[in-house]
Design a protein around this ligand. Structure first.
Ligand code: RB5
Length: 154
């Protein structure tokens, strides 16, 4: 598996632990940064990871900022990205099984490194279930592509 990982200045320490954990699992990583403690705008990393995911250059992405919120908002602006902020493994697992999330996000100021590892493991080990969930994810993509949702207008 090949994943992109990105972060802002608030998340260097937790990213280092997540990177080590993922590499130990045999994951190939594309690190889009930042790797400096200087203030770094989370939208840049969110965009970079989102772009790699949307272009099919990687199988998914991991994004970390202070809360996970800003960086997920940025990634979700790239068409095709479904980035979900999760602070525990249950939501992370369900974000893949039901929502077909392709980017997992969390907050360095919200959770600790051990929880972060549990979250990425739960997310990586889950598979999208399709079926009725495919219809719902399709509706999300319809909103993205058309700014309309036919099912909501009936
Ligand atoms: C940076 O101070 C902080 O705003 C950022 O890491 C993130 O929490 C934004 O959503």
């Amino acid at each position: 598996m090949r994943l992109a990982i990105g972060n802002d200045h608030s998340a260097l320490a937790i990213k280092a632990e997540v990177v080590e954990h993922l590499r130990a699992r045999g994951v190939e990583l594309v690190d889009v940064g930042t790797n400096s403690e200087e203030s770094f705008d989370y939208a840049i990393s969110g965009y970079r990871v989102g772009r790699l995911v949307a272009d099919g250059e990687v199988d998914g992405g991991v994004l970390i900022c202070g809360t996970g919120v800003g960086i997920s908002l940025a990634a979700n602006k790239v068409d095709g990205v479904r980035a979900c902020v999760c602070s525990e493994p249950y939501s992370a697992e369900l974000s893949k099984r039901h929502n077909d999330s392709n980017v997992i996000c969390f907050g360095a100021r919200v959770i600790g490194p051990e929880m972060a590892k549990c979250i990425v493991d739960a997310w990586m080990d889950a598979e999208f279930e399709g079926g009725r969930h495919a219809r719902r994810v399709g509706q999300i993509m319809e909103i993205q592509d058309t700014q309309r949702l036919a099912a909501a207008e009936q």
